[in-house]
Design a protein around this ligand. Structure first.
Ligand SMILES: Nc1ncnc2c1ncn2[C@@H]1O[C@H](COP(=O)(O)OP(=O)(O)OP(=O)(O)O)[C@@H](O)[C@H]1O
Ligand SMILES: [Mg+2]
Length: 275
């Protein structure tokens, strides 16, 4: 598939263990666009990413998600990957017994479909090239997936997956966390090299720093399981300078988090510390 993707999220509500975390989220991402989502901790950003990928723990209770008009919520996880959805996770899992090479080759073949598998020699060449771009030691091919990888190595490995899978809709959840300054630049270069009219990006981050390298077209603020404010790159700059209080004040939001039991909430207008 080489056409421009369009992901549409309308009124999305999702629960985990009976707690509603996504509370009517709307967002549209088209090919060529980079959207950044920022927001305080615990406002539902990773939940959005996992829900889009079909993580079984999250139950969608209302709303719609379509990719090129196709119902994503009806698709199994592997079908979503085949349709071109990709998530670089905030906390990538370690999988003992499966090497990085095994994992990536299976993932590539799953994406390519039966009868169109990549040959071993082409796979090795592809991996060597991409690992060189990411300045990764080739030995990572033969290590078990993420096992014992440092925080930054895990993140680089997520980007390696993105580079070889060539997804159409890329979600990066805090790809910058744990990266040193050089790695941040390398990862950002990898992302920028993938920017194309045939690919859209959703980048979840806490820091303007990443957005200095990857200039977003749109910046959204997430609070209470919804996108509450949208703007351009200048919005990220203002958040970096001033924090979130002005957004909360503007919108009359007292507690931006979701899913917390009321008894754990700090009452309004107190100076009690928040843990
Ligand atoms: N598996 C789970 N079980 C219980 N609660 C969960 C689970 N997953 C998410 N939550 C809760 O949902 C809320 C939103 O979590 P989420 O990870 O989406 O936040 P976030 O915006 O990504 O935060 P951060 O910026 O810290 O990564 C949190 O209160 C979290 O504890
Ligand atoms: Mg998160």
């Amino acid at each position: 598939m080489s056409s421009a993707p369009k992901l549409t999220i309308e009124g999305l509500r999702a629960t985990i263990e009976g707690k509603e975390i996504l509370k009517g989220l709307n967002l549209e991402i088209k090919g060529g666009e980079v959207h950044a989502i920022m927001g305080p901790n615990g406002t539902g950003k990773s939940t959005l990413a996992s829900t889009l990928m079909g993580h079984p723990k999250y139950e969608v209770t209302d709303g719609a998600v379509t990719l090129d008009g196709e119902d994503v919520l009806e698709m199994a996880v592997d079908e979503r990957a085949r349709a071109g959805l990709f998530l670089a996770m905030q906390y990538p899992s370690e999988i003992t017994g499966v090497t990085n090479a095994d994992f990536l080759r299976s993932a590539i073949n799953a994406r390519r479909g039966e009868g169109n598998e990549i040959s071993l020699i082409k796979f090795i060449r592809l991996m060597e090239g991409k690992m060189k771009d990411l300045e990764m030691n080739p030995e990572f091919m033969h290590r078990y997936l993420n096992e014992g990888f440092s925080g930054g190595e895990k993140k680089r490995n997520e980007i390696l997956q993105m580079l070889v899978l060539e997804p159409r809709l890329v979600i990066l959840d805090e790809i910058d966390s744990g990266l040193d300054i050089d790695a941040l630049r390398i990862v950002a270069n990898g992302v920028n090299a993938m920017r194309s009219p045939e690919r859209g990006f959703l980048i979840i981050t806490h820091y303007q720093r990443l957005l200095n390298y990857i200039t977003p077209d749109f910046v959204h603020v997430m609070m209470q399981g919804r996108i509450v404010k949208s703007g351009g790159p200048e919005l990220a700059q203002r958040l970096e300078n001033e924090g979130y209080d002005w957004v909360k004040e503007e919108l009359g939001i007292v507690d931006e988090t979701v899913g917390q039991e009321d008894e754990f909430k700090v009452p309004m207008n107190t100076t009690a510390p928040r843990y």
